[in-house]
Write a protein that binds this ligand. Sequence first.
Ligand code: NAD
Ligand code: UDP
Length: 368
Amino acid sequence: MTLNKPSVLLTGGAGYIGSHTFVALVEAGYQPVILDDFSNSHPAVLQRLEQLTEQPVICERGNVLDTPWVVEVLQRHRCVAAIHFAGFKAVGESVQKPLMYYQNNVGGLLSLLQAMETTECRSVVFSSSATVYGDPASVPIDEQFPCAPESPYAHTKLMCENILASLRTSDPAWRVGVLRYFNPVGAHPSGLIGEDPSGIPNNLMPYVTQVAVGKRAMVNVFGNDYPTPDGTGVRDYLHVTDLAAGHVAAVSALLAHGKSFTINLGTGEGTSVLEVIQAFERASGRSIPYEFAPRRAGDVAQYFADVSLAGSLLGWRAQCTMDDMCRDSWHWQQRNPEGYRTVTSSPPALQVPVPASSNVSARPAVGM
Ligand code: NAD
Ligand code: UDP
């Protein structure tokens, strides 16, 4: 704890959603502590976070699978809760490398929970995904819908949820918040932090932004014969800053009343691929070329959340529109055409690897 601010461990806190949640937690009066091995993030994010929050960033570099070290981290910072973002998230890759996914995603959660048990820190928020619902019988999807995961990635998320449920049953002292995210997109309005996918993006919004900036020629729209109003896939896109606010609400609720929950985080509204492209054209003032391509294997026609439980349990509701999401994605992309690897001569001047005031301690990653 720093100056009596409650410390919250963010495993994977240097990643896309973790970094936005870091900012939201600071603004809400918490002291977030990042634990990350940078396997899918860039250390330059730490300086950006420092710039945004105007305070030193605490970051512990290492692997969440290293349980004794996680115990040390929890103790060193006197964490009262943890948010577990760390994990791998590419559905296609999980089909190719299932063992890697089970080890990192399920093994990572087990390691964290063992360390939390040892240090008697028993409040945890878990990053789950709407993908646990599989192909839903209808929309909107509420939390009582049956889970039917299809990919190894989705299975890891449901396994983690089941582990957390067993733990809660075994010991009511555990306070567990499971958040099933729909489609997080967008970036912080400052343009300092955002999504930084390596290689060719799998997801629609980062792909569209790369087309708008001229990095890719056109968007392939996967399927135009779905039973949706314009034939293209419909999803529930959620601004990442709204998602970050949802985590603050979840941690605060767990610490205040201790009741565990599983909730959807989305806007409750569906947007088609063509509508996303049109909104991005409005936001960027650029034309986004696209062509129709065959359906992508494993995709479902439409997917959006019933978000009433998040409203009644957490008092949380998404605030941003699709136009906000596109504007902020575009701003991030324009300011950082190479993501965190972008070298800028005008502000933000972020070439320095790690600021002297940042508290970054390094530990070699354990074998994966
Ligand atoms: P991300 O890849 O940007 O962030 C994950 C972070 O975890 C990265 O910084 C990575 O370096 C770190 N990490 C991975 N394995 C680690 C390990 N063993 N030890 C320490 N650090 C490790 O991903 P994100 O988009 O921020 O997603 C965060 C979480 O939310 C993930 O668990 C993901 O499955 C889940 N989720 C994401 C989405 C999405 O669309 N982005 C949707 C639903 C659920
Ligand atoms: N999509 C697309 N072209 C792309 C990437 C995605 O048409 O290059 C479509 C995809 O078929 C789906 C929607 O955009 O209907 C959202 O896909 P994304 O991968 O972003 O999210 P998810 O499928 O995980 O919901």
